[in-house]
Design a protein around this ligand. Structure first.
Ligand SMILES: C[S@@+](CC[C@H](N)C(=O)[O-])C[C@H]1O[C@@H](n2cnc3c(N)ncnc32)[C@H](O)[C@@H]1O
Length: 234
């Protein structure tokens, strides 16, 4: 569904919703909100059957595995009964997405289940565009990863990135921002790093990292860090 702005849904995504009878979407708890369903709200009709699928945001393996199996079972039953179903996903459907686990579970159980994965605009591309911040140029590498859990690992990543002309994209930044800011400050990287929060939503915040105070930020925030530019530039 892209990162938030409904105009960033692809034509393929809109068409898949239009042709479906059932719209499934992830929620973190029963009755919870779905980012993906909010983004797609304009295309969900009254005659669509809505199917919230609970994917608990916990570390433990068993509840997550049970949720993936339950979700894939529910979707397979609908397909077997002849329904057309879409499973909505925030951002791109292959990047840290619940629907990827559902895909793996379905493929394990029903090899030939007729299904299609539709790519979406991911949050880092949307952030780079909103910040007019070229993501990679010439020989640049790009490392996309969840934000490290501590300053030592981040320091190591920054060292390796500097040695390899590598841009870092850190997702799941929110509660880690406080100490990440300090690490960047020590290395004079705050000006050139782009902070992006709730990209595509009305309260979107895109700014040089320097302008963002050291406090907990929302889960939907990320950081792009460039330590050097190529020699040949306009
Ligand atoms: C589970 S991952 C989902 C990634 C998503 N599938 C994508 O393609 O961008 C969630 C993380 O992606 C990033 N993210 C997703 N949407 C975002 C948005 N609209 N604005 C800022 N960050 C976002 C945040 O770092 C968040 O913690």
């Amino acid at each position: 569904m892209g990162p938030g702005d409904p105009s960033l849904l692809t034509l393929a995504a809109v068409e898949a919703i239009r042709q479906s009878q059932v719209v499934a979407y992830p929620v973190a708890a029963p009755g919870g909100e779905s980012m993906a369903a909010s983004i797609a709200a304009d295309w969900i009709r009254d005659d669509h059957q809505r199917l919230p699928l609970v994917f608990p945001m916990v570390e433990a393996a068993v509840p997550r595995q049970e949720a993936w199996i339950a979700a894939s079972g529910a979707l397979q039953s609908l397909v077997q009964s002849g329904q057309r179903v879409v499973l909505l996903c925030e951002g791109d459907s292959s990047l840290y997405a619940s629907c990827s686990y559902v895909l793996l579970a379905i493929r394990k159980n029903w090899q030939d289940c007729p299904l299609k994965v539709i790519p979406g605009i991911n949050s880092l591309s949307a952030a780079a565009a909103a910040g007019q911040w070229p993501l990679t140029l010439q020989e640049d590498q790009l490392l996309l990863r969840p934000c490290p859990e501590d300053a030592d690992i981040l320091t190591r990543e920054l060292d390796e990135a500097a040695a390899n002309q590598r841009v870092l994209a850190l997702l799941k930044l929110g509660k880690r921002w406080r100490w990440v800011r300090e690490v960047l400050d020590q290395r004079n990287l705050l000006e050139n790093a782009l902070f992006a929060e709730r990209v595509g939503w009305t309260d979107q915040r895109i700014s040089p990292a320097r302008e963002v105070a050291a406090e907990v930020r929302p889960y939907f925030s990320l950081l792009l860090i460039r330590q050097q530019w190529p020699d040949v530039l306009p």
